[in-house]
Design a protein around this ligand. Structure first.
Ligand code: ZN
Length: 253
């Protein structure tokens, strides 16, 4: 069985901090959010690796990136530390076909902003309010096996206007207790690569323990996985497919 090669990249700073806040986050993410996501989406046909910012080459040496078919990205406090050269390499890999799943505060990551070409700004508020998600496309592969609507008892509010391009296909909308709404699950295609942005996942709530959230992320991995990746694409067709009988006019000097 061919396995999909998945890499979960996590900044892993909030969970590592030496403070009461860090200890609280570690109470439900003792080994980091990436470890819980990896455990909750595990399947026989997925080969899941985890990577974190503090590792050599910021967790994504070229060999690992070239061996990744779907990349998950969680970042927040250290977006600026991610090297532009790494962002260039990830962008190239997405353009060649790698799937990219951007989670929660990854909306402000360099790679998501690069792929969107917009600021990706949004409205936010963190008071631990209820979030209700609604599926707006029940036929979409990412929505399969997930109830039409479900609730997260405590969440950080992400609200419209969300500065993403209009070519996004919305699969989930969220409503928050305070009255805001948000496009919380949106699909894009950039060249050969599929991208899914999914909003739930604030680090101070155990959101990646929620089975519906994890089912959506798991579905997104299968949806974003490419049939094939095309790292080198020939752009100059020296030999035409059909015989050309036209004669190029000579420039008149
Ligand atoms: Zn957050």
């Amino acid at each position: 069985m061919k396995k999909i090669k998945v890499t979960i990249w996590n900044e892993f700073r909030h969970e590592s901090q030496e403070s009461d806040a860090g200890a609280y986050i570690r109470s439900f993410y003792p080994d980091g959010m990436h470890a819980v996501i990896a455990k909750n989406i595990a399947a026989d046909n997925l080969d899941i690796r985890c990577a974190t910012l503090n590792q050599p080459e910021q967790g994504l040496p070229e060999a690992l990136l070239q061996d990744t078919e779907v990349l998950l990205w969680w970042g927040h406090a250290a977006h600026k530390e991610v090297k532009d050269t790494l962002v260039d390499r990830i962008q190239k890999r997405v353009q060649a076909g790698m799937g990219l799943i951007v989670l929660h505060s990854g909306h402000f990551s360099k790679i998501f902003k690069r792929m969107m070409g917009s600021s990706c700004s949004l409205r936010w508020r963190d008071v631990g309010e209820k979030e209700r998600l609604w599926c707006v496309d029940p036929s979409h592969p990412i929505a399969q096996g997930v109830p039409e609507t479900f609730m997260l008892p405590y969440s950080e509010m992400y609200g419209e206007p969300f500065a993403i391009p209009d070519d996004g296909k919305v699969v989930y909308m969220s409503w928050y207790e305070g009255g805001n709404v948000f496009r919380s699950g949106v699909c894009f295609q950039r060249e050969l690569g599929k991208i899914f942005y999914f909003a739930p996942g604030h680090e101070t709530y155990p959101i990646y323990h929620d089975e519906n959230v994890c089912k959506i992320i798991s579905n997104a991995v299968y949806w974003a996985a490419p049939a094939k990746i095309f790292p080198e694409r020939e752009t100059h067709e020296k030999v035409p497919t059909e015989k050309i009988t036209s004669v190029k006019p000579e420039p008149k000097l």
